[in-house]
Ligand binder design. Structure first.
Ligand SMILES: C[S@@+](CC[C@H](N)C(=O)[O-])C[C@H]1O[C@@H](n2cnc3c(N)ncnc32)[C@H](O)[C@@H]1O
Length: 208
């Protein structure tokens, strides 16, 4: 079933199909596992890495798109307000419990990207594009439109590798083409997954 669904997603590349896949993946059981993984030692380095990338932008508002169960909440503590956006009800429930405990001011939004309409200083997203949701020119335009003046976006995009089965992953060339009209930087990074295997990502920074 899973393989057939991924094949259909690969063939039709529809955003609605990608969303359905996330809703299935992050049911109660999937969400519980994601929350357990949040505390794994391997994510310590990744939290430090992204903390450094957003430090200069500690200002008012940050939006974590596909926040999951709130893995990165601890690096958002210096923001005045955090939007936690995800399509999974279960993930948002866990993220909000964590945010309450940390005393973070936040709003939970259960939605995908196109219905968002706020202005934010920092758009942040890890583990979503090229994995659970498509990155294309329309999504990039939407991200850019959400940024306030001098705002910044920091997000990962999974790069296609021979050894993985990420149907939504993009080639390096494809990512560069998409970003060519934006003031951007790309860092190539290997990040460990829960099984300890390393996967190649592009970490993108876009400045408005
Ligand atoms: C691999 S998890 C990453 C979670 C978190 N960012 C982290 O790094 O731990 C992907 C998350 O993106 C969410 N997601 C996927 N597609 C989405 C979409 N179109 N809109 C909102 N959330 C989405 C999923 O529900 C899931 O919580």
């Amino acid at each position: 079933m899973k393989k057939i669904y991924l094949l259909i997603l690969k063939l039709f590349n529809l955003k609605s199909l990608a969303i359905i896949r996330s809703l299935i993946s992050y049911n109660k059981k999937g969400s519980k596992q994601l929350a357990i993984n949040d505390n794994l030692e391997i994510y310590k380095d990744q939290k430090e890495y992204f903390d450094k990338m957003i430090q200069s932008n500690y200002r008012d508002t940050i939006l974590d798109f596909g926040c999951g169960t709130g893995r990165y909440l601890e690096i958002f503590k210096n923001f005045k307000f955090v939007y936690l956006v995800d399509i999974s009800k279960e993930n948002l429930k866990t993220a909000s419990i964590k945010a309450d405990k940390m005393g973070i001011k936040y709003k939970i939004i259960r939605s995908s990207i196109f219905s968002l309409d706020m202005q934010i200083d920092l758009f942040f997203s890890v583990g979503v594009f090229g994995q659970f949701y498509q990155l294309d020119s329309k999504v990039l335009e939407k991200i850019y439109s959400l940024l306030s003046k001098n705002g910044k976006a920091v997000f990962t995009v999974k790069v296609k590798e021979k050894s993985d089965h990420e149907v939504l992953a993009l080639s390096n060339q494809n990512i560069e083409n998409l970003l060519s009209n934006y003031n951007h930087k790309i860092q190539k990074e290997y990040f460990k997954g829960p099984g300890g295997k390393e996967y190649l990502f592009n970490v993108i920074e876009i400045k408005k």
